[in-house]
Design a protein around this ligand. Structure first.
Ligand SMILES: Cc1cc2nc3c(=O)[nH]c(=O)nc-3n(C[C@H](O)[C@H](O)[C@H](O)COP(=O)(O)OP(=O)(O)OC[C@H]3O[C@@H](n4cnc5c(N)ncnc54)[C@H](O)[C@@H]3O)c2cc1C
Length: 342
């Protein structure tokens, strides 16, 4: 749609996490045409990977589902997954954007019945669970994936699996000849909602992530606690599946540190408080240690923090955490049975 000056009111939203979904919906609901793209095979971004989210402490499906439905029902929004921006030309009001769409090898006939995954014998690391488990090379990215359509990691498929999945699909939903596609669109404005990535934990050598299975990141802990995660929500120590006796949370890991990121992540204190509730729910006797510099839980979250700090088996220790050589036994630093880097 363009006005008499040739300015387009169409909008490209790059990134379909909660920010991009919200931006796309609000722009479309006031009448703009919207192109919503995500490089992943699904929308929802990092929120989809959380076990629960504050303030309500409910599963992410309760917030994301309604937005997915609004996107599905809104004819003004066109969605593209496995898609990135290849090039942009023009200027504000008149951009020409080329989108690059990677092949999914599964078309819109897919009924997500799972017959293909049943017969596929090849496995890959489960990226959604940060490689903590394996999935078939033909997979639904996660249980509530939108769009609800399988993806094929073609490079990891043996010839036998290729034949088996083609034979198993009753809907002609598999197309192993799919190629990268390019689509050019005209938009007046572009919203970048590309979100964030976890900081590389091996860079903080003193925390022993690379040398101990007991050390996990806060996002890995979300997946360990999630019903659809690698342990079906049990929170077991990676490597030996031991249940938690004690757990240490290390705050500001990589944040507010001139050797890493100088700024506060804004979220990790709240994430730890939330994850303490996961631990306490499953392990009423576990000792919980929190190493922190400052605790930042503003506004109404102060009450949440106070409640968790009143837990008799929770110990808050102010100071920087140092652990140069974690024991090789697989135990985390300071002898705790689990250590979560947050
Ligand atoms: C451990 C932890 C727990 C948290 N718990 C909570 C909580 O309980 N409640 C809460 O409100 N917040 C929580 N957060 C914060 C929450 O995860 C973020 O607020 C949220 O993810 C921000 O959404 P977003 O859409 O901006 O970014 P993201 O969720 O990162 O989504 C960005 C999207 O953009 C896509 N993308 C990136 N680059 C490109 C590209 N070049 N082209 C196309 N697509 C691209 C990505 O694939 C992704 O889908 C938590 C964070 C952490 C670390």
């Amino acid at each position: 749609m363009t006005d008499e000056q040739g300015t387009s009111s169409a909008i490209l939203v790059v990134g379909g996490g909660i920010s991009g979904l919200t931006a796309a919906l609000e722009a479309a609901e006031v009448g703009n045409d919207v192109f919503l793209i995500d490089k992943n095979a699904y929308f929802g971004g990092r929120v989809a990977q959380l076990n629960q989210y504050f303030p309500k402490l409910c599963p992410p499906s309760c917030g994301l589902e309604i937005n997915f439905r609004r996107v599905r029902d809104n004819r003004k929004i066109r969605t593209y997954t496995l898609t990135t921006v290849k090039s942009i030309s023009g200027s504000a009001g008149n951009y020409e954007v080329t989108l690059e769409i990677a092949p999914r090898y599964v078309n819109s006939n897919c009924a997500a019945c799972g017959s293909c995954a049943e017969v596929c014998t090849d496995e890959i690391d489960n990226e959604f669970n940060f490689g903590l488990d394996k999935i078939k090379a033909v997979y639904l990215p996660h249980e509530m994936a939108f769009p609800r359509r399988y993806v094929i990691a073609k490079d990891h498929l043996s010839e036998e699996s290729k034949k088996a999945i083609l034979a198993a699909c009753k809907y002609k939903g598999i197309d192993l000849d799919m190629e990268t596609q390019y689509v050019t669109i005209k938009v007046g404005s572009i919203i970048w909602a590309t979100g964030w990535n976890p900081y590389e934990p091996t860079k903080m050598e003193n925390l022993g992530y690379a040398s101990s299975n007991a050390v996990v990141t806060n996002m890995e802990l979300e997946r360990l606690a999630a019903p659809g995660g690698p342990t079906n929500g049990a929170i077991l120590r990676p490597g030996d599946n031991k249940e938690i006796e004690s757990i240490a949370f290390v705050q500001c890991a990589g944040s507010r540190d001139e050797n890493h990121l100088e700024y506060c992540s804004h979220i990790c204190c709240m994430a730890t408080m939330k994850q303490m509730t996961y631990v306490r729910e499953r392990y009423p006797d576990a000792e919980i240690y929190v190493f922190y510099i400052d605790l930042r839980t503003p506004g109404k979250y102060e009450h949440f923090r106070e409640k968790l700090m009143s837990d008799e088996k929770a110990h808050f220790i102010k100071g920087k955490y140092r652990c140069k050589s974690p024991p090789e036994s697989g135990y985390g630093c300071a002898g705790h049975r689990h250590a979560a880097i947050t």
